[in-house]
Design a protein around this ligand. Structure first.
Ligand code: NAD
Length: 472
């Protein structure tokens, strides 16, 4: 690609102090050259955001929301260009890339509609107590490579609407769509309100520990999330962490096995399994287990795995070499221990392709069951009693999300109440809605993203407690 990508610092698009190549995961060829910031550029970006904060935070909600809507409009106008670039750098099929871009505009629009108004806590005789919310200052947004656009918008929408400024840092393997967005934002937002720097994992801790960063909005792995939390400790910075998961699907015996298999397959394999809330373990009732296994194996065999730009492709490559090696290791171990229903063989071709692989009958302590695979390899496990399956689903350090599938919705909701996770969907999956809060339990996260609760994470609650002056 001939296009030159630039950082965005203080309203200006600038070259990096160095550059690095961004690879297409379907071909391992260079998509484009990415500018790489140095420490001085990071400091400049934070200083620009700090300088822009007083004027930006002094604007009205209506005024700031209008800017957010303009960003959504501009993104929608260039949807096809964004989707093509997203497929080139991330690997997902083009229709899924389009879906991510359109979803990103929905997120921005949803936040443009949200407010954090003053709340009267008490009005009692002469005593008035109000809760007033103020923005925090400069937010560092750090995003991963699976959904580089929408996960940035989940942070940018509430950040801007509430009056904060941002320094964003995308993942090193998918920085280009964030830089394209920076190009569009440079024409819309006042200088310094939104800045983008890129790195190859060298600047994360300098950014999170920077004294002028008030809040860190992080999405990524639990390991990095814990480093982010540690580096925020000194400055008592606000943090929201959206981290890893090992989400269980619980399929009850009253669900037609082919229906259950289709839902679980989609929930496990979309984006080549690289979704924080992908179904990562499927527990299926013994009464339908074998039929379910046969149905899901057929779906895996029918999947079209190829370069996401090709027509009809349903599953693209894994996003990067490191993730490919990790998933390959889990797959090889699982193939040796379990019953392979589909996939299991890696193609000999360029690109990080892993065919959808379904493995039955693994022991509960197999790495593919215990760890977050974040790839298109799914363990299918049998259960007979509800108490047992709930205990097995909860036997994880993670608690991001989960699903329960049954024709008896009330019984499924009772099971859902017992699953220790931030979100449990019943008879649906991935029903993420920008107006509903999303959060992880246990090592899957801290604080909420999305919804009113997510908006509040970008504010400081400020209590004002007044009485009439006593003159005696
Ligand atoms: P990662 O933790 O390796 O990287 C995430 C980001 O952190 C990148 O931008 C990276 O450059 C940056 N980073 C690296 N070291 C840092 C440091 N010391 N300080 C600050 N930032 C640093 O994660 P990844 O591999 O890009 O993404 C995959 C993980 O993200 C999976 O575990 C997945 O479950 C999780 N994820 C969670 C959600 C959610 O909402 N819970 C959503 C998507 C992905």
């Amino acid at each position: 690609m001939d296009k030159t990508f630039k950082l965005l610092i203080n309203g200006r698009q600038v070259a990096g102090a160095a550059t690095f190549d961004v690879l297409n995961p379907a071909t391992e060829e260079v998509v484009a050259v990415c500018p790489k910031a140095d420490r001085a550029q990071l400091d400049e970006a934070v200083a620009a955001a700090k300088a822009a904060f007083p004027a930006w935070s002094a604007r009205s909600y209506e005024d700031r929301a209008a800017y957010v809507l303009r960003l959504a409009d501009a993104l929608m106008e260039r949807k096809d260009e964004f989707a093509r670039l997203l497929t080139a750098e991330q690997g997902k099929p083009l229709h899924q890339a389009e879906y991510e871009i359109i979803g990103s505009t929905f997120v921005l629009r949803a936040f443009a509609d949200m407010r954090a108004p003053e709340k009267i806590m008490r009005q009692d005789g002469g005593n008035t107590v109000i809760e007033h919310r103020t923005p925090l200052g400069v937010v560092a947004a750090i995003t991963p490579w699976n959904f580089p656009v929408i996960l940035l918008m989940n942070k940018l929408g509430p950040c801007l609407v509430t009056g904060n400024c941002m320094v964003a840092k995308p993942a090193p393997t998918t920085p280009l769509t964030t830089l394209l967005f920076a190009e569009l934002a440079a024409d819309i937002l006042p200088a310094g309100v939104f800045n983008v720097i890129c790195d190859q994992n060298e600047l994360g801790s300098a950014l999170t520990s920077h004294p002028d960063i008030a809040k860190i909005a992080f999405t990524g792995s639990t390991g990095t999330g814990s480093k982010v939390m540690a580096s925020a400790a000194d400055g008592i910075k606000r943090v929201t962490l959206e981290l890893g998961g090992n989400d269980a699907a619980i399929v009850m015996g009253d669900v037609p096995p082919d229906v259950a298999a289709a839902k679980v397959f989609q929930g496990a394999m979309m984006n080549a399994g690289q979704i924080c809330v992908a179904i990562k373990r499927a527990y299926v009732h013994e009464s339908i287990y074998e039929e379910f296994c046969a149905s899901i194996a057929k779906l895996a065999q029918a999947a079209v795995v190829d370069d996401g730009t090709k027509q009809g492709v349903t599953i693209g490559p894994v996003q990067n070499r490191m993730q490919y090696e990790k998933v390959k290791g889990l797959l090889e171990d699982a193939v040796a221990q379990g019953r392979v229903l589909a996939g299991g063989q890696l193609p000999d071709r360029p690109g990080y392709f892993i065919p959808p692989t379904i493995i039955a009958d693994l022991p509960d302590d197999a790495p593919l069951v215990r760890e977050e695979q974040f790839g298109p390899v799914l363990p299918v496990l049998k259960f007979s009693e509800v108490d047992d399956v709930v205990a097995r689903a909860n036997d994880s350090e993670y608690g991001l999300a989960g699903t329960v599938w049954s024709r008896d919705t009330q019984a499924a909701m009772d099971i859902a109440r017992r699953v220790d996770a931030g979100t449990v969907w019943v008879n649906q999956h991935l029903a993420i809605d920008a107006t509903l809060p999303f959060r992880g339990s246990k090592k899957s996260g801290l604080g909420a993203e999305l919804g009113q609760a997510g908006l509040h994470e970008y504010t400081q609650a400020h209590i004002i407690n007044a009485v009439e002056l006593a003159l005696d």
